[in-house]
Design a protein around this ligand. Sequence first.
Ligand SMILES: [Zn+2]
Length: 599
Amino acid sequence: MVNFIPFIHGVATMTQSLSRLSDSPARFLSWLFRTVGPLVLLGLAACTAGPKPERADLIIVNGKVYPGGGAPIAEAVAVRGNQILALGTTADIETHRGDATTVVDAKGGSVLVGFNDAHVHFLSGGESLDRVNLFDAKTVAEAQQAIREFASAGPDRPRVLGRGWLYGTFPGGLPTRQQLDEVVSDRPALMECYDGHTVWVNTKALELAGITPETPDPPNGLIVRDAKGEPTGVLKESAQRLVNKILPEPTRDEKLELIRKAIRRAQSLGVTSVQNAGMDPDEFELYAELERQGELGVRMYAALSAPPGFSEEDAARYEEVLKQHPGTPLLKTGAIKMFADGVIESHTAAMLEPYANNDTTGIPNYTVEDMNRIVAMMDGKGWQIFIHAIGDRGIRMALDAYEHAAEVNPAPARGRRHRIEHIEAVSADDIPRFAKLGVIASMQPFHANPIQNVLEVWAVNLGPERASRAWAWKSIQDAGGRLAFGTDWPVVDIVPQPGIHTALTRQTLDGEPEGGFVPEQRLPLKNVLDVWAAGSAYASFEDERKGTLAPGMLADVVVLSMDLFDVPVENVKDFEVETTIFDGRVVYSRNAGDAGASR
Ligand SMILES: [Zn+2]
């Protein structure tokens, strides 16, 4: 389904352009050359003598250009201003070269649409760049070693912060404050779990936050306690907020700096668009500020957070944000983000039937009535809705809320493109409903990376029947549903390669398990790249301007170190980003010395 988007778009654009141009034969020829010439008249350059080719500001030559949508591979791309001017052979595109044209030699590497990460938390991502990353720690000792090194490298830091640890790293699935005290005892240490739903703290942090055996669990939260009732150093869900008082909020300038860092990181990875899954209007204002300063080097689509109880007054506040900033090709909102449930690893995802290894089902964050009310209210105002839903019950509540909204509201002018985020364990009955209701499945393939944590905690919590529909992206797509892909940075790193690898192979980066984890969900390479570009662009209502490489589309292009279509599928992940072109300009080059581009 995703594969047809650019063609449908192309035909529509062509028809509109034809009606405008048919009165002028010269303009028609020029249009034909610019629009379809490079694709259809490939190799017939001799026949197009006449109108002088338009000068390009930048050309990419000697590449393996995959335009998206299953289109054939081209060699070269011409860019004028911030748009794609033409695609074709290197010889064709050289005709657009002028004295001031920047030339990028792709040296046989793949040339793709810049990656569009459909689910990130960009400011937290920036913050994560200043924290110890525990994602690769496979044992308690490895986690402790990483924390020890990080702490001793910054003895002046008032607190030691980290993130990314996995439940499966710790005996019993949870760490303890004593394990953290062994490496940091003089200052508070706080280590966020990779999924953001649990925090591991040391004894100093519990003391400073005033958490004692007498402290009650907050609503929707849990202070994990030992047999004697002593807090063990693990705080789940809303109980994480109990330590906020020892974590001062960064200042506005500090936040702007964190976002600048996050932008540089995205550019270095070929990520040219990101979609932020939940922020408050104050954070949105930071991106607006960077846009005004000409510093927003990544396109940002922002969903604003809508917690339980979200009211008409809250909606009015968000409408005001949208009125102040109706949207540009760099920054736009018009979406809200809701959190239906938690995660499977900590038994907080909402399930239709109890977990396999205890008798709980997880508790949804919203009542059905509250979710239906908020969704119908915002749908009626023309807003798009993202719902985080991981368990089969959470997913069903979200689908039901979208169905309800479609019944009570007239269809919005731009169509309904509501989304569900994550979709880790879907009921078989709900798979066809994505297509039927036009709901986008926004998934983060690297969450399905079948490491010990997935195989021995995630899958065991669900039992084999439900685990057989783990991250069922292909089933949803085969049933006619649309996909969008991303990373959930900083839950996992914003680097696209590992997630692309999981979508292709359903194996770890080391090739485990043999044959893959639920391997029937593997997708072919063009499909994965299309979802990461056109699928994600559709999910933010921007498929008219981005997601494929075609004349008139925004010039967000990435040049890779190798031809992805010329290597075994398990080696695709080994590519490096050589050059990132954003909005028509080179913003990153791996060999900054030669700039990867010449004039
Ligand atoms: Zn997220």
